[in-house]
Ligand binder design. Structure first.
Ligand SMILES: *Cc1c(COP(=O)(O)O)cnc(C)c1O
Length: 380
């Protein structure tokens, strides 16, 4: 390998997570593979998740949906974030369900369907409290009214009604119940408009695992698919998920320094005793968050060693103390615990950087090679 770092993706872990989650929810699952499968490779993750029993794929954009089709992935797919000028004809031709949140989009989709002479299959999104996409109040009434009209004319088929939760990762948050109530009301409004959706869905990973009343027909699974506990270290936990990604690099320089040595840019870090510094060729351009400097650690030399000084664009420095570390020694930045190896988790990196694990995973940069371990190559 001549890249400076590798992200190994264990597709067996993805498959195992699908089975684990399905056994909890008892519903169909949508594998959410937006943002290149949270950085794991959308096509590879899609194949692994479908083989393990996921029925649906979820993406945010036309480009992501069509990329799956171009790669020969033809499973039911929902795409849910579009400009009204998107090529809806291409989505209709590709058999992709379109998530629809506004009448502006609905009219554009109906126009595209009319031009093609092929009905568009849509899933209408209600806003039940996230205040992002989706329609609420009179906008929802208007959206389902138009959808009913188009459906009766044959230009559109409404397969689904769905919404998204704001606080599912806060166990016991009352907002989840309020959103369930608002969602059920939105469903009643849709049915009064003559719609009869056979796919009703609300839950993301956190809700699917912890809140049975959010599960309906289908759960949309993102972060848990990749083996990250959606509640972090403080939640209910114990779901038996396995982290799919391991981020590895190796030491490219080692130096013994005296007390009082400044490390990396700026005045933040000065050694307080003689120590050994190891340089890693991985920085914030590769997804090691600059904000985690002074808090993060990596697995090196059989233990966790602190990242010290500012994290730079391309590199960062680890204080290994008196460990006999050499150039070329392997480093695990994050990954699952295995044997006596206990590297940091993605959840820990998220805490160190004051962010969520989703941002850590999707932030892994383009310079990091992806390497997929297929299920059949696993020996266990
Ligand atoms: C990203 C996304 C998901 C997946 O959420 P997780 O919390 O990662 O499971 C589900 N639904 C929608 C609408 C999303 O945008």
């Amino acid at each position: 390998m001549s890249t400076l770092a590798e992200a190994t993706v264990d597709l067996g872990a993805i498959a195992g997570n699908v089975r684990t989650i399905a056994s909890v929810t008892g519903t169909d699952l949508m594998a959410v593979v937006k943002a290149d499968g949270f950085g794991h490779g959308a096509v590879q993750v899609a194949h692994a998740a479908l083989r393990a029993g996921a029925r649906w794929l979820g993406v945010t954009s036309t480009a992501e949906a069509l990329a799956l089709r171009d790669a020969g992935v033809n499973a039911p797919t929902l795409s849910w974030l579009h400009r009204p000028t998107d090529d809806f004809g291409a989505l209709i031709n590709a058999g992709v369900d379109v998530g629809v949140s506004t009448t502006t989009h609905l009219h554009a989709i109906a126009d595209a369907a009319r031009l093609l002479g092929v009905p568009a299959v849509v899933q209408l999104k209600a806003d039940t409290g996230l205040s992002r996409n989706g329609a609420a109040g009179d906008d929802w009434t208007e959206l389902v009214g138009w959808a009913g009209k188009y459906e009766r004319e044959g230009g559109i088929r409404v397969r689904g009604v769905w919404s998204h939760l704001a606080d599912a990762d806060l166990p016991g948050a009352p907002a989840v119940d309020r959103q369930v109530v608002a969602f059920e009301e939105a469903l009643r409004v849709a049915r009064r408009a003559g719609l009869d959706p056979d796919l009703v869905h609300l839950a993301n990973s956190a809700a699917a695992l912890s809140a049975p009343r959010t599960r309906f027909d289908l759960c949309r699974i993102g972060i848990a698919l990749y083996g990250v506990d959606p509640f972090g270290a403080t939640g209910p936990g114990g779901f038996g998920l396995r982290a799919a990604m391991t981020l590895r690099t190796s030491v490219v320089n080692v130096k013994r320094v005296p007390a009082g040595t400044g490390v990396s840019y700026g005045p933040e870090h000065v050694t307080d005793a003689p120590t050994t510094l190891a340089l890693l060729p991985l920085g914030y351009a590769d997804g090691v968050p600059r904000a985690s400097g002074g808090r993060a650690s990596v697995w090196l030399g059989g233990r966790r060693c602190p990242v010290v000084g500012r994290i730079a664009m391309d590199q960062c420095v680890v204080d290994v103390g008196d460990l006999p570390v050499a150039i070329g020694d392997p480093v695990v930045v994050f990954g699952p615990a295995e044997g006596d190896q206990n590297p940091p988790t993605v959840g820990e990196w998220a805490r160190w950087a004051d962010t969520n694990p989703h941002e850590i995973l999707t932030g892994i940069g383009a310079r990091v090679a992806r390497d997929h371990l297929h299920e059949r190559t696993r020996t266990s």
